[in-house]
Design a protein around this ligand. Structure first.
Ligand SMILES: NC(=O)c1ccc[n+]([C@@H]2O[C@H](COP(=O)([O-])OP(=O)(O)OC[C@H]3O[C@@H](n4cnc5c(N)ncnc54)[C@H](O)[C@@H]3O)[C@@H](O)[C@H]2O)c1
Length: 290
């Protein structure tokens, strides 16, 4: 069981939304917190909130798209707080555009910030935890990774988030008896400023910051009937999973039906086709199913 109090944590994307909620809840439970974000003022504001509550925090400017920036964030976090034994690789950006109409830079950005950003953080922080035989890593994926057909016009984002899920679940086997736990969190709709601020997070090498709001087709979310939870409800759920070393966290119990429906339709159909094909190979009287 991983207790939170007394540990040092680092939260990427800690300057707003889900990451801010995680940083504040960690501090409330007695962890010291490195708040890492591509928008330094937001990281600073959250660190100041923690200090105003009597907690310990440091704000770090970091672009998770860049390995060297993550390495530098680790150096600063270690200097301020000592070894980090809780990592929340949470920074991300989204898009709701037709795949073939997205610029190359935007496609690259969505993969880089979500999938490679998470990968960079795991590479940087896991070795110390494994050496110490203690710690926990959490990555924020999305229900869009588990249910790729849930939200339309979300292809690179779904690809990147499904990549995070595969990365985390496979890594969990590798971590085995190291004493380091792992959790992948799949938000299914949280009321953050992501849609309004998304383009402000775009690093220079992917075209630089844009005006703010992500392009969302009219009526898009209304049609999806998604409920958006308040961000402050999220951190306790995620930290309970850390404590109990759960592999996956979902936040919308009502998405179970969609999950079953998706996997019944897609996955079971593929297994049925495979079974039919195998059967046809075993029967000498029929040629293989085409
Ligand atoms: N809100 C939802 O409904 C929802 C659903 C599914 C997944 N998510 C995921 O949750 C995570 C948090 O998003 P949120 O909803 O809190 O949105 P948010 O916009 O409030 O937070 C995202 C944070 O990431 C930071 N960030 C962006 N790019 C960065 C970079 N290159 N390096 C460092 N920091 C960077 C931003 O500055 C921001 O503080 C993201 O990974 C997102 O994909 C959110």
């Amino acid at each position: 069981m991983t207790e939170i109090g007394g540990r040092a944590a680092l939260v990427t994307g800690g300057g707003s939304g889900i990451g801010r909620g995680l940083a504040l809840e960690l501090a409330q439970r007695g962890a010291s917190v490195a708040v890492a974000d591509i928008i330094p003022d937001n990281a600073q504001a959250v660190a100041a909130e923690i200090e105003a509550m009597g907690g310990t925090a440091v704000a770090i400017a970091c672009d998770v798209c860049e390995r060297e920036s993550v390495a530098e964030a680790k150096r600063q976090a270690n200097a301020a707080l000592g070894p980090i034994s809780l990592l929340f690789a949470n920074a991300g950006a989204t898009s709701f555009e037709r795949f073939t109409q997205m610029s190359d830079a935007d496609v690259d950005w969505i993969y880089q910030v979500n999938l490679m950003g998470t990968t960079h953080c795991l590479q940087a922080f896991l070795p110390d935890m494994i050496a110490a035989g203690s710690g926990h890593v959490v990555a924020t994926a999305s229900m869009a990774g588990m249910l790729p057909a849930w939200i339309p016009l979300h292809a690179p984002y779904s690809g990147a988030k499904m990549g995070i899920i595969g990365l985390m679940l496979n890594l969990r086997q590798e971590l085995g008896e190291t004493g380091v736990g792992s959790t992948v969190y799949c938000p299914g709709g949280v009321a953050t400023g992501m849609k309004d601020n998304n383009e402000r997070y775009r690093p220079e090498r992917f075209g630089g910051p844009g005006p703010g709001p992500v392009k969302v087709p009219d009526g898009f979310f209304h049609e999806q009937k998604t409920t958006f939870l308040p961000p402050e409800q999220i951190a306790p759920m995620v930290l309970r999973a850390v404590r109990n070393d759960r592999a996956i966290v979902f936040d919308h119990a009502d998405q179970r039906a969609l999950f079953v429906e998706t996997y019944q339709n897609l996955v079971m159909q593929a297994f049925d086709d495979a079974a039919d094909y195998e059967k046809s190979l075993l029967s000498p009287s029929t040629s293989p199913a085409r």
